[in-house]
Design a protein around this ligand. Structure first.
Ligand code: EPZ
Length: 429
């Protein structure tokens, strides 16, 4: 199994190109199931999760083709890929595929809307919490689907098609918002979704669906209106830059000091995180081509955060920010409100010398003067990268194991960081 070796102590200076967003790419790819025409996605990141979803979609009959060579944007290698679901050959998504990637459960929406039937395995728990699917089920039932659960599978049918309705989400969910957007686009009549997720990835999906002929308005606000259409066509659509990758590298620069341009990054996608970083004493400067992040020799100020749905501070940057706060000059409080168990990185950061205690959903981080390198291991994507951030300043060698977690969501992480002066390399086997 690959490992990443880091020798801490180098500042980061230079340019890091930001890739297409994983969490935008996945629902966009799934939207290809809604039409027999071709959906072409530009700026698709080259990630293990994208490859896995290509395999999962292939099981339903989606063909794909990579157009020409990868498009070069700085040093990023995101690609243009076309997806065509001419014929849906299978409306079942089995456990062995869905359990590998939770987002593949979302195929339930387009399969049901287009084929009137879907049988999709429950995804099961994961390292960050139990993650139920009740909101998907209640939402699709509101559109007239009949749903039962047997042997770990969700069986959904809508023999005469889905019918538009009003549905109020009792809790904000990104995935359930994506699924309801896709399903309601092909429902008969009007759907009103309230208390929806306002994440940029939802807006990106709504724009893509509109380019395919859907009639969606209000994405990015708390209420979305959808006028159902009979069929959707193909389209060409661009994946937005990855705001979590952007925030992660911004925190890495805040940690090491230095001066880096995050090329292609868009500040409006992560304003809350950038404001938080500015309060730590990090300079954040939007430029014409991205975001410039720098920090000189001054220490890091401790800042308290609470994760929130967009536009609040994202849960997907919580672990990285905790990594940063381990070296702040004082105590910070980090409250996780989205997932119940997203603190698996705490014990591993402690192996590097961090002082963190947990009190319910809040981590209390006492900044230390230095961290010391050690072998560490992580349980999920964002936790792994928080260990990389800490490793970049830890004295001596840090070895991050289970690199496959990083490969799920960070395109060429070690290349991007070493290109800015970090001592970081992948060790195979
Ligand atoms: C998306 O997951 C992201 N994944 C996650 O990123 C991200 O952490 C999360 O949104 C929150 O921003 C993708 O986009 C692929 P939710 P999702 O439904 O949609 C509860 C990463 O590291 N809930 O918004 O699965 C749920 O348990 C990943 O890239 C229900 O209770 O998250 C959680 O507490 C990890 N019932 C809360 O809602 C449901 O039916 C928000 O989850 C659905 C969700």
């Amino acid at each position: 199994m690959d490992r990443i070796k880091i020798i801490g102590g180098n500042q980061l200076n230079g340019v890091i190109p930001i890739s297409g967003a994983k969490n935008a790419a996945l629902p966009l790819m799934i939207a290809s199931l809604l039409t027999d025409d071709t959906l072409t996605l530009e700026n698709l990141p080259d990630l293990a999760d994208v490859e896995q979803l290509i395999r999962i979609l292939g099981n339903h009959g989606v063909d794909y083709s990579v157009k020409g060579r990868r498009e070069r944007q700085g040093d990023a290698y995101s690609r243009t890929v076309s997806f065509t679901a001419r014929h849906i050959v299978n409306t079942e998504a089995p456990y062995n595929l869905v359990s590998k990637m939770r987002a593949s459960f979302w195929v339930v929406g387009p399969l049901l809307a287009r084929m009137g039937v879907a049988r999709v395995s429950l995804p099961g728990g994961c390292a960050i919490g139990t993650r139920p699917v009740d909101l998907f089920i209640d939402g699709l039932r509101a559109l007239g689907a009949e749903i039962d659960i047997d042997n770990g599978y969700v069986n959904a049918t809508a023999k005469s098609g889905l019918v538009g309705n009003r549905f109020v989400f009792p809790k904000v969910s990104v995935g359930a918002t994506h699924v309801m957007l896709m399903a309601a686009s092909l429902a008969k009549g009007e759907t009103v979704l309230e208390n929806v997720a306002r994440e940029p990835e939802v807006v990106n999906l709504a724009e893509c669906l509109n380019a395919m002929g859907a009639r969606i308005s209000g994405a990015g606000t708390g209420t979305i209106n959808i006028d159902g259409v009979e069929t959707l066509s193909g389209a060409r659509h661009r994946v937005i830059p990855d705001r979590i990758e952007t925030g992660t590298y911004a925190m890495a620069v805040a940690m090491t000091g230095g001066d880096v341009l995050l090329e292609g990054a868009k500040p409006e996608l992560l304003q809350a995180a950038l404001d938080t970083l500015a309060r730590t004493g990090t300079n954040i400067e939007p430029t014409k081509t991205g975001i410039r992040v720098s920090r000189n020799g001054n220490g890091l100020q401790p800042v308290d955060i609470e994760t929130q749905p967009f536009p609040g501070f994202p849960t997907d940057l919580q672990a990285q920010f905790m990594g940063l706060m381990t070296m702040a000059s004082g105590t910070s409080h980090i409250k996780e409100t989205i997932f119940e168990n997203r603190f698996m990185h705490v014990q591993e950061l402690a192996r590097l010398g961090a002082q963190i205690s947990l009190s319910g959903q809040t981590a209390v981080v006492e900044g230390v003067a230095s961290l010391k390198g050690a072998p560490v291991m992580a349980t999920d994507l964002r936790a792994s990268v928080s260990l990389v951030i800490a490793g970049l300043v830890a004295e001596g060698e840090t070895e991050v194991n289970r690199v496959y977690h990083l490969d799920r969501g960070f395109e060429r992480l070690e290349e991007k960081l070493s290109g800015c002066g970090a001592s970081i390399e992948r060790l195979s086997g």
